[in-house]
Ligand binder design. Structure first.
Ligand code: SF4
Length: 463
């Protein structure tokens, strides 16, 4: 498949590479007011609408073997064994608080995702303890999907075997690039070959679902080098491949580098199109603008969270939740006060309370926008059922998508960013190229006004 490069010219006006960001939540985390656990836990289970719907669980582990210079996640470099131990106990306690004080124990958990940070920095014992606690306290579905994010240098036989024993059935390996100079310049602690070896080791030991993450638009990356990265993906044939556009967060050391150090906006778009051509050429299904799944594979947590609008409970410092009708986050932000936030998280949980920091209960209108903008992010060039499911929208909200977002949709159609049939509204190829920007075009004017007030104060992360 060869895609028409005219599309780059058609949509490049929508991209400001310096300001590029991911839409990770809606309403955006930065605009949310303070919230207390009483707000979140005050709602009785019967208020949740359709009985006790299934839920997804995310666990944040903020520890890494090294700090990559582009990364703006909430994480630390090499917490001590004791610190990790205390953190694991706190997450266990956080589960207990929800089980005792909400309807969580009656809801089926269909997926668990350990992200970070680098969850495989936990010792095999710590990870096993956490997995066993979740399995003991929550109602995990028979076929629960359990994903653990990792870095190649942490994947020795011991941790891989303990994950398999503990029920982990999906492994995500953050590689970012297979070229040693590119990796070393970003302070990664592994080589390209070590990443390939870790992948094979996990396969040999029995992992049947492996994702590989790559990042494009890093300094020193070239189109020829990117083609070599894609050749490695072809050779390895992982079950999933994910390609992230670099987010140049200004509070990271990479974010302070001059624009001339990076591939141009157009080169980055070319890298994206080449990745898309490669993976679709391998018969992978594009399950979101950045993600591809091998035939017959699905990434359940993402699918439930974005396509169906399922609730998600976030555990650990800085984790986001969409629970009991509230959108909120735990204490813990990248930047200043990170240690203080960790102490606050630990001591609050240890005293028997949730360490929630900010959040709100979105209005019905905002909930519909949320459903629509994340639904759009399930579009794929070879996935006719991706995008916003119009019937599901009608069933969920009792009103049609057109009635609520007709004007915005018409505008996106005029710009050539979305297309529709009777069942779905989805991104076009141009829309896929600038999917994050399209998502922000669905923000309400009230939300845009709130964002204007905080943008200059807090930076742009999490918009
Ligand atoms: S990219 Fe991954 S390994 Fe690097 S600092 Fe961020 S979370 Fe840690």
């Amino acid at each position: 498949m060869r895609l028409d490069r005219q599309v780059i010219r058609a949509v490049s006006q929508f991209r400001d590479a310096e300001q590029y960001s991911f839409v990770v939540e809606y309403p955006p985390p930065l605009v949310r007011p303070r919230i207390s656990e009483t707000d979140i836990l005050s709602k009785s289970p019967s208020d949740s609408g359709s009985g006790n719907p299934p839920i997804e669980v995310y666990v944040h582990i903020p520890d890494c073997p090294y700090i990559c210079d582009f990364c703006s996640f909430y994480k630390f470099s090499r917490l001590s064994e004791q610190e990790r131990d205390r953190y694991v106990s706190a997450v266990q306690k956080e589960v207990d608080i929800y089980v005792e004080r909400s309807d969580l124990a009656t809801r089926t958990v269909t997926s668990v995702f350990f992200g970070g940070g680098t969850p495989t920095r936990l010792s095999p014992d710590q990870l096993s303890r956490l997995l066993a606690h979740l399995a003991g306290k929550l109602r995990l579905s028979e076929d629960v999907e359990v994903t653990v994010e990792s870095s190649p240098d942490t994947l020795d036989n011991e941790i891989l075997e303990s994950m398999l024993r503990g029920g982990v059935n999906r492994l995500s390996i953050g590689v970012q690039d297979f070229h040693d100079p590119v990796l070393a310049a970003r302070h990664r602690g592994h080589t390209g070959q070590q990443a390939i070896d870790a992948y094979h080791r996990a396969r040999t030991l029995g992992f049947e679902n492996i994702n590989i993450d790559l990042i494009y638009r890093l300094p020193q990356q070239t189109l020829a080098g990117w083609d070599q990265n894609l050749q490695v993906i072809r050779d390895l044939a992982p079950d999933y491949a994910t390609f992230y556009h670099l987010r140049k967060e200004r509070r990271t050391s990479l974010g302070k580098k001059k624009e001339a150090c990076f591939p141009t906006k157009e080169e980055a778009m070319e890298m994206y199109l080449r990745a898309l051509e490669t993976l679709v050429g391998m018969n992978y299904l594009q399950i979101s603008p950045n993600q591809f799944a091998a035939p017959k594979k699905e990434f359940r947590q993402q699918e439930h969270k974005w396509h169906r609008g399922s609730e998600l409970l976030g555990l650990g410092a800085s984790a986001y939740s969409w629970f009991n009708g509230f959108a909120y986050r735990n204490v813990g932000r990248f930047g200043t006060n990170m240690r203080k936030d960790l102490t606050t998280y630990l001591s609050t949980i240890e005293s028997g309370h949730l360490a929630v920091e900010s959040g709100e209960r979105p209005t019905a209108q905002e909930q519909m926008r949320r459903f629509a903008l994340f639904g759009l992010k399930t579009s794929g060039i070879n996935r006719p059922s991706g995008g916003i499911d119009k019937q599901l929208f009608l069933e969920r909200f009792g009103v049609s998508l057109e009635a609520i977002l007709g004007d915005a949709i018409q505008d996106l159609k005029t710009k050539g960013l979305v297309e529709e049939d009777a069942q779905t509204l989805r991104l076009t190829l141009g829309g896929l190229l600038v999917a994050e920007e399209v998502a922000t075009l669905l923000y309400s004017s009230a939300m845009n006004n709130r964002l204007k007030k905080v943008k200059n104060t807090f930076g742009r992360d999490g918009l």
